[in-house]
Design a protein around this ligand. Structure first.
Ligand SMILES: [Zn+2]
Length: 453
């Protein structure tokens, strides 16, 4: 029988606020000496009272809106009760009943099925736990706990089980990371643990998908310990195979949490999955409910362009290809640099009609994409000057160049044929051949060759 994977994602993102969620301790904890950023609040000492971090609230609402969520004007924090040594209070302050954001969605564009929307169930704010480290001291196995991370603001973004392939998961995660970085609310770095993902995986026979609302399986396996995109792909892939084998043998799959073992490349059982009522959630009595007005919410909206909007505008305004626009809008810094360089080109070479503006835009894009320029060291105007200079030194008689291009194309019909068959790499050979006749700028030669080809 053929099965289809059903995947949902929980993504945790640490917010890059200066201080922690409910106290004034610095939120920075990566590479910091253990237990130096702590106080009675984040150590859970008796009598200490939490005070919510305004910035963390605003950023969660900003992210919720960027993900198309409806914002709950009335929300509150809840206590999630469980015992673990990295949780000093014996409960975690989180949002259960009324998250800040609900019912959003993200569109994926690069899938076989075309555009696909992944529904976002909720976006809520909570506090991070401490960190356990298992070590050996004087020949004894010990567990050490570092509370620097305890109380760092953490946003959780939960999707519906809408993913049907690893490729969809991959595109979603990269897109989410890009949006978060555009908003400037976290570096969303998986290696540093500031973005953590927990996929839930189950599989269902293809026959369940005959109808618009498919029957979803009554179990799911939640995967933990994933700290890179690569491990996410491997863990999901392993889990789909494991579950398929079990079902094919006629076995039942149990609902559980499994951890990814990146040494053996397998998932291993951690515990049978808890149900919500095991946590005995109740409203946090130390923090009053949060009430917002519609005006406040629109005031918190991100004012800049989101990645999709910037991408569309780059294509429209600068005539860039999907590929070029994608790389140039990968992050805000590169996009800003590109636009500043195009502006500088308009000013510096505005009267120089020898090269049309469209070609200028493409030349600048090439310089950045092929990393011919160190954008950290060269200001945009400098880049434009460099292109002008390199163009001058390579200025040649157009007629001679055209003749050389024709000559090379005529003499190398086999190479031309293989280029047309998709071996586009051979263009390098043709460029070299033209250059031997007329020592022009290779980019100009390539431009002419491509036009004729
Ligand atoms: Zn503290």
């Amino acid at each position: 029988m053929k099965y289809i994977p059903i995947i949902g994602l929980e993504v945790h993102v640490e917010l890059a606020t200066e201080s922690k969620m409910f106290c004034n301790c610095p939120a920075e904890h990566f590479g910091v000496e253990p237990n130096t950023h702590t106080c009675p609040v984040c150590l859970g000492l008796p009598g200490a009272l939490p005070v919510p971090n305004k910035k963390a609230l605003e950023w969660t609402i900003m992210l919720s809106q960027a993900l198309g969520c409806k914002i709950n004007l009335e929300s509150h924090f809840d206590r999630k009760n469980y015992f673990y040594p990295d949780l000093p209070k014996g409960y975690q302050i989180t949002q259960y009943e009324r998250p800040f954001g609900e019912n959003g969605g993200v569109s994926l564009k690069n899938q076989e099925s075309g555009i696909k929307k992944i529904r976002i169930r909720r976006v809520h704010l909570e506090e991070d736990t401490g960190k356990l480290q298992h070590a050996e001291i004087n020949g004894e196995s010990v567990s050490l706990v570092d509370f620097n991370r305890s109380g760092v603001p953490l946003v959780e973004i939960v999707t519906e089980p809408d993913f049907r392939s690893i490729e969809e998961v991959d595109e979603y995660l990269k897109k989410l990371q890009k949006i978060i970085r555009y908003l400037g609310i976290s570096n969303a770095d998986m290696e540093k643990g500031s973005m953590r993902i927990e996929p839930s995986v189950s599989i269902a026979p293809i026959s369940n998908f005959k109808f618009k609302t498919p029957n979803l399986p009554n179990y799911r396996v939640e995967l933990k310990n994933i700290n890179s995109f690569r491990f996410a792909r491997k863990a999901i892939d392993y889990e789909i195979k494991r579950q398929t084998e079990l079902l094919e043998k006629g076995d039942k799959i149990i609902q559980q949490t499994r951890g990814w073992d990146d040494i053996r490349n397998v998932t291993v059982p951690q515990r049978e999955k808890e149900k919500a009522h095991d946590y005995r959630y109740f409203p946090e009595p130390d923090i009053p409910p949060i009430e917002l007005t519609g005006e406040q919410v629109s005031g918190i909206k991100y004012q800049g362009e989101l990645p999709d909007e910037k991408f569309a505008r780059f294509q429209k305004d600068y005539g860039l290809s999907d590929y070029d626009a994608g790389i140039l809008t990968e992050n805000r810094e590169t996009a800003d640099y590109y636009e500043a360089a195009v502006k500088a080109a308009n000013v510096l070479v505005g009267a120089d009609r020898e090269i049309p503006l469209k070609l200028w835009r493409k030349m600048i894009a090439n310089q950045i994409i092929n990393k011919k320029v160190n954008t950290a060291e060269t200001v945009p105007a400098e880049l434009v000057k460099k292109i002008v200079e390199s163009k001058k030194t390579s200025e040649v008689d157009e007629e001679k160049l055209d003749a050389a291009v024709n000559e090379v194309l005529n003499n190398n019909s086999e190479v031309v044929a293989s280029f047309k068959n998709g071996k586009t790499g051979v263009i390098g050979f043709l460029i070299g051949s033209v250059k031997r006749i007329v020592p022009a700028d290779p980019r100009l030669i390539e431009e002419k060759l491509r036009k004729k080809l």
